[in-house]
Design a protein around this ligand. Sequence first.
Ligand code: DGJ
Length: 373
Amino acid sequence: MKYLFLAIMTLQSFIMVAQDNAFYPGKIVPDDRGIHINAHGGGLLYHDGTYYWFGEHKGAHSSAAFVGVTSYSSSDLYHWKYEGVALSVESDPQSDITQGCILERPKVIYNEKTGKFVLYFHLELKGQGYKAARVGVAVSDKVTGPYTFLKSYRPNAGIWPINMTKGQRLDKTKASDFEHRGNKDWRKAVVDGLFTRRDFSGGQMSRDMTLFVDDDGKAYHIYSSEDNLTLQLAELSDDYLSYTGKYVRIAPGGRNEAPALFKRKGTYFMITSGCTGWKPNTARLFTAHSIWGPWTKHPNPCVGIDARLTFHSQSTFVQPVIGKKDAFIFMADRWTPENPIDARYIWLPIRFENGLPILEWFDKWDLSIFEKD
Ligand code: DGJ
């Protein structure tokens, strides 16, 4: 009897959340089947009146990819329909995306010129930990897929970032010149491109990532590079399937992960995290008037209780609310590495104060918050 009562209560709480037009950060987010959404480290794409949510499928015991990238659709951001696996990992052990690889932070953008949907993700080859540090690219004619895997590699091999000086490019200092990582001289060398040079011929490391499409249709890939010490921002080709070769280093030596980029009134904003594995840390905020920089660092955008730990989460994406002025949703993951599938989604409204984003905690909120002063 007691168990029946508990089962009914649990079912009821699922239904209540599913039917409610509200966000409950940190709570279960049931899809149309009543199952907690399994799309971690993800991002949204708004296309033809519908939002699509793409993310990492995670299991109960491992964060490695045994399914692939999942997708969900919604017309209101509250109710989500499961659309299936957009990109499947492959059974061929020779494939870069073989089952058991690490496939993280997938993001999808739509290319107006080709009419194709392009999916980028962070890929680590199976059995190699986080050593490969590659970007993976897949493409589809249909938003929910199936996506065809095209390639994985390290970007910008043989090309210098446009904001690296001639002196930095010619510098002969090598990582092996330092007995210890982390001292003052080493930090200066990192800022001066120690690892950009190391990876010059093989391509730049590409781990945590996002994509951003600007108003003029140009798209950019922003990724943690150089041993996670420095972010890089690289322009994509017109079809979004490769790079133009124009890229910059951002916040050299700043150890930023989890970049989420958005634009408001001509200013570019980027929220990132520090590098503490699955554990939360303090969010960082950068702004720029040109996407190429300079990027200025600001104080932690989070305020209130647990602001120092980004409300126990790590950024993944910022989604503009279509049809509402100045309305942006900050999306983050509250990781649970002991049971990865149970990781929670922290979606919070962004408020602007003196032109800068402010994030504060809400147990429950809805889109009407953007109509308030
Ligand atoms: C933090 C990253 O942001 C995640 O995507 C994941 O790579 C973990 N590190 C792994 O420890």
